[in-house]
Every structure is written in C-alpha cells, then in structure tokens.
Write a protein that binds this ligand. Structure first.
Ligand code: XMP
Length: 515
C-alpha cells in the first residue's frame, strides 16, 4: 500500500469512478477509490487531503439510495461532489430534489453566473462552455449555506458551493473528456480549493516503493513470478533495485504464450533488468490441467493455482528458504476482481482471485496502486527499453482465454499462427492500438469454400482496441486494406480457419478479452 495522503474518491457505483481517480493522479496527486459504505474511521485513517463524491445510477430521493458516509461532511475536508454526489449533498442539507422536467444526457452548454465566474473552482473558465451531463433528477432548490454558481438551459442549479464548509458540487461530469474544461475544474478544486501540492511523480513513487519493499522483505530471499509482460518486468526491476541479489526471478513457461514470445521475453529480461532469471518449462503440466476445461473462470483459476504450485515446487528444491513472492498486479486488476471499491467482480484476474488459499508465500505487489500508464513511466525511469515498456498488454492466462473452448496443443498452434499474422500486419499501428486480441472460436464451425470444395473451419475474431488504461476501450478502425490483407492471409495460411471476424464493441459494454 502506498503511504501517501490520498484524495479519496467515494464511489456511489459510478461508471466513471476509476476515471475520477485517474484524473486526480494526472494532476500529480495520489488518489484512491473507496465504496460509499466505508465507515468514517476507515476513510479518516487514510488521512485524506480531500474527498470527491462520484456519480451513480441511483435516485437520491428513494429511501434505500446510497448515503454519504456518516459524519464525512463534518470533517472539515474539502469536498467536490459530482452528479449523484452533488444531489446527495443537496439532500443532506435538506434541499428539494426531484425529477427534472427535461433530463439532460450528453453535451450541454453550461453558463457560469457572477458568483461562478469569481469562484476559484472555475478559475480561468469562460462564461459558457460545454459540459457532459447524465441525469434525470435535479436539485430544485439551493441548499442552505450554499451559493448557486452555474446553470444550463434545463438546469437552474447546475453547480454550487458552500465557501465556509469548503464543499462544492457540479451536476455534470468533469472527469469525462467531453467536458470542455473538465480537467481544469478538477485541478482548480485540487490546487486552489483543497490547496494540495502535486507531488505524485514517478521519482516519488519509485523512492516510496523501494523503501516499502525493503521494509516489507528485510533480508529475506524473494522470488518473482515473471510472466513476460510489462507489469511483472517493471515489478521485478523495482524489487531488484530495492534488494538486488536477494531477488530471483522465475519465468514459468505455461505454454500459453504467442509465437516465439517466450524466447524473446527471456532474452530481453536478462539483458535489461539485471535480475537473476530462472526459466522453468511447465507447459505440459498446464496443458494437462486444462484438459477438457471450457469455462473461462475455471481456466483462470487453474492457471493461477498452477503458477503458484510451479513456484512452490521450484522453491522446495532450493537450499535457502523463500518467503516472498513478487507479482505485477495493477490497480485495475484489483478493482475489476471486486477488491477495490466493492464493485462487481467483472473478471477474476488470475493473479488476484486465482490464488490458492493455502499459498505459502507472502505477496509483494509494488504496482498494486498504479495504473498501466504510471507503470510504463516507472519502467522508463528505471531504464527499461521501449521494447519492454511499450509491449501490448497480454493476459497472464495467455492464449487459454483467447481460445473459446478447450485448450489443446493443436488449438494453440492454430491461434499462434493467426495471431502472428495479425501482429506482423499491425506493426505500424503500435502507437494507436492498445492491444489486439485474436480469438479462436472452437465451438462454432463455419462453412467455407477452399479449392472449389466445401470446407468447415473455425472463425477467428480480431479485436483491435484503443485505450488509456483498459478500464474503458474503443474499437480501433483499421484501414480497409489492412483488414483485407489480414483476412486473406489468415484464411490462406491457416487451413483450419475459414472466417475472419472484426469485433467492433466498445468497453463497456464488452470487455477487451472475449473470456
Ligand atoms: P478485459 O478483458 O477485462 O481486460 O477488458 C482488461 C485488461 O486486462 C487483461 N486481462 C488480464 N490480465 N490476467 C491478466 O493478467 C487475466 O486474467 C486477464 N484478463 C484480462 C486484458 O488483456 C486487458 O489488457
């Protein structure tokens, strides 16, 4: 856990809750997400510098609607309340709230009044700007002690402030990019109202993590599960910097990587991190355990467990005892596995929910509070080359969750060949494409014609996405000729595949991986 006074974002179940946390971090300030059910002493134990209340899907006028944690508004902490949070504040101060005559969804023109224009929250904003709204309930009366600051064509009270209590609220969403001066408003709140000095820098994180790692592991021997991805490479480089020779990295080859990937990552890792690396090929063991398994969550749990078992087997044969295991778990992995803010378990990331209960290691997870782009910056600062730092994210359970159906060595080879073609053809899009999973659908044969003959083959799906942090993603529109080339090459070069399908789903609602 990072020991740094955060801005605590209280989550009312908002779609954009993590985005708010990110925006605060982009402003150079550490921030974390807690569910609205958190008791006050848990929130205050973090010694927060300010509080942000998120939006949420509930209707504040309903009896069982989420409430602001008891006592939070009396703690003299600067507060910014967004959308549902804005209404919850009004409700707390007994202002009238009800269904709006006209709900507002999407872009709306917001006008600052005289008080708004002179308020630090809107410092350097023009009178009129575009904001992004999503509400059907509205505040119908300014709460006692508050001043109205802005309006829109359909919302008379669109922002307010209580200058004595340092509580501010906006009906719109400053965290989404569509709000023209959204980041400016967030920064005005953080710098000018909460008066926080930004110090959440890469150097700071590295320094803090190194001392936290030293404190946690002391002179003990530490083992690192290196999966081949950016996260575990950066985690290993950080721990290596903290404890040097006491770290040994183990690369368990689970046989679920892409074509030639294992050899490449091992060579890069040895060259650039300076850490010891032992390679164990357990691909046969993994494949055997996955035999007959088609359920994705079961696949993840099997792989998560076998990783640990492979480590334990390795460690059991060593002369010295190993007590600690380093993992490159990120903040979104924790949140999406249901651990961050009481949110739903969307996908059990293998390294969070897939761990066996009787595991013998204590975990060292230096990236657990960080987003991917923060991890990349740390990797760069630690001297890792672009080839490692900018690698596309690849799931720990590898191709096992890209084969819909049973994982067999034949299926793996088919998918590897198709995937290698896609990777070759997309080389020049490395900057635009966050990742491009290629998925083999082994449960639905489709009819094709090859060499004038009826041919049954499987479909593969290609899913190029752009994203900032994998929490949300857009499908990436590849040029037609690139798509055509990929399709032609796959259907010609991989005999078992008869159809190439393009996935054009955003996240949400679709996740990036298919399983
Ligand atoms: P989804 O599919 O949830 O993916 O939109 C978000 C990001 O996480 C990766 N992913 C995983 N990574 N273990 C991992 O280490 C997993 O079980 C796992 N599942 C998804 C995915 O590739 C994307 O970058």
């Amino acid at each position: 856990m990072i020991n740094h006074n955060p801005v605590v974002v209280i989550d009312f179940g908002a779609q954009y809750a993590q985005l708010i946390t990110r925006r605060v971090r982009e402003a150079g300030i550490y921030s974390m997400l807690l569910p609205y059910t958190s008791p006050l002493d848990e929130i205050l134990a973090l010694r927060p510098q300010a509080i942000i209340l998120t939006g949420g899907p509930s209707n504040v006028t309903k009896t069982n609607a989420p409430k602001i944690p008891d006592g939070l508004l009396d703690c003299d902490l600067p507060i910014l309340a967004i959308c549902y949070g804005f209404q919850a504040i009004a409700d707390n101060f007994a202002a009238k709230i009800g269904l709006a005559k006209t709900g507002e969804y999407g872009l709306v023109e917001m006008t600052l009044n005289k008080d708004g224009l002179s308020n630090p929250l809107f410092n350097n904003l023009p009178v009129k700007s575009q904001v992004w709204m999503s509400h059907e309930v509205e505040v119908k009366q300014i709460p006692l002690g508050f001043v109205n600051l802005a309006s829109t064509p359909h919302t008379q009270f669109a922002a307010f402030g209580n200058f004595v209590k340092n509580i501010y609220g906006v009906q719109w969403h400053p965290e989404v990019i569509h709000t023209e001066f959204g980041q400016k408003i967030m920064e005005n709140f953080l710098y000018k109202i909460a008066k926080i000095t930004p110090n959440w820098t890469t150097d700071y994180i590295i320094e803090e993590q190194i001392s936290a790692i030293k404190k946690q592991v002391g002179h003990n021997k530490v083992i690192c599960g290196f999966s081949g991805g950016v996260d575990s490479a950066v985690a290993a480089a950080l721990v290596n910097k903290a404890i040097g020779q006491n770290l040994s990295c183990v690369f368990i080859n689970h046989g679920l990587l892409r074509l030639d990937e294992a050899e490449q990552v091992v060579a890069d890792f040895k060259q650039f991190t300076g850490a010891n690396l032992i390679v164990i090929d357990d691909s046969k063991v993994f494949l055997k355990k996955l035999q007959g398994v088609t359920d994705p969550e079961t696949k993840r749990k099997i792989i998560g467990e076998q990783f640990i078992r492979s480590f334990e087997n390795f460690v059991a044969n060593l002369a010295q005892p190993y007590k600690f295991l380093v993992q490159g778990t990120l903040y979104p992995d924790v949140v999406e596995s249901g651990g961050g803010s009481g949110t739903d378990n969307i996908k059990s990331h293998h390294n969070v929910a897939g761990l066996p209960d009787d595991m013998q290691f204590a975990l060292v997870e230096p990236l657990k509070d960080l987003f991917k782009d923060e991890v990349r910056l740390i990797g760069k600062a630690l001297g890792l080359p672009d080839r490692i730092v900018n690698r596309q994210p690849f799931p720990g359970p590898g191709l096992a969750v890209r084969i819909i159906g049973e994982v067999t060595s034949d299926n793996l080879n088919i998918l590897r060949t198709a995937d290698a073609i896609v990777r070759q053809e997309l080389k020049s899009f490395a900057k635009d494409i966050w990742q491009c999973p290629v998925i083999l659908l082994t449960q639905s044969k489709t009819v094709g014609v090859k060499g004038d003959q009826r041919h049954y083959g499987w479909p593969v799906v290609i899913r190029p996405v752009s994203s900032q942090d994998a929490m949300t993603a857009d499908w990436f529109a590849l040029p037609e000729q690139v798509l055509t080339r990929i399709s032609n090459r796959i259907t010609n070069e991989v005999n078992q595949i008869s159809r190439v399908v393009l996935d054009i789903t955003q996240k949400p609602p679709g996740t990036i991986e298919w399983e």
